[in-house]
Design a protein around this ligand. Structure first.
Ligand code: PRP
Length: 188
């Protein structure tokens, strides 16, 4: 009998980053982040994961960050797929703790148009953190509509529909342990 993972894998046109490649890059990013913040001699880094796509990446990343870290989460509404965004996001879940005077890093799974991060950045900057950096696993520069300063990028990718390792199509495929390109006939 076919397993569920095999069933999901049938929708994948091409594997972009397999488990080993992801693990290696995530470790490299964590090392880079650790080294950068060590220079700042910080007492704590607040890592804010943007739900839901970032969860797998964030949980792997923080395991390799060798600094005092606390974690928090935010959920924001995304615009309707297939239409142009108004450029504003609605907060569905806010962080639990104040970030005033704290060193903060936002963790995303993907930066596409940049609109979500631009909004989040403005919103969080208004709360006066000591510093605010952004880390994303994937970056699709071809789709960018607004410039956002992204400090740490795992991989730059072409404009393809990617799923797995947290990224979804219709809320499924997040559990795939690798990142793949979704077959166009699935979403056509
Ligand atoms: C995705 C992703 C970012 C945003 C990026 O979230 O996690 O938050 O879209 O797109 P943008 O750069 O064009 O603004 P999504 O709304 O799909 O929610 P999810 O993380 O729950 O899947």
């Amino acid at each position: 009998m076919q397993s569920w993972q095999q069933h999901l894998a049938e929708s994948v046109e091409e594997i972009l980053f397999d488990e080993e490649t992801l693990a290696k890059r995530v470790k490299e990013l964590a090392k880079e982040i650790t080294a950068d913040y060590q220079q700042l001699n910080i007492s704590e880094l607040v890592i804010i994961g943007i739900l839901r796509g970032s969860v797998l990446f964030m949980s792997d990343l923080i395991r390799h960050i060798d600094l005092p870290v606390t974690i928090d989460f935010m959920a924001v509404s995304s615009y309707t797929k297939g239409t142009r965004s108004s450029g504003t996001v609605r907060i569905l879940k806010d962080i639990n703790e104040s970030i005033q005077d704290k060193h903060v890093m936002i963790v995303e799974d993907i930066v596409d148009t940049g609109l979500t991060l631009q909004c989040l950045r403005e919103l969080l900057c208004a709360r006066q953190p000591k510093s605010l950096r952004i880390c994303t696993l994937l970056d699709k520069p071809l789709r960018r509509r607004v410039e956002v300063p992204v400090d740490y990028v795992g991989f730059q990718i072409e404009d393809k529909f990617v799923i797995g390792y947290g990224l979804d199509y219709n809320d499924h495929y997040r559990q795939l342990p690798y990142i793949g390109v979704l077959k166009p006939e699935i979403y056509a």
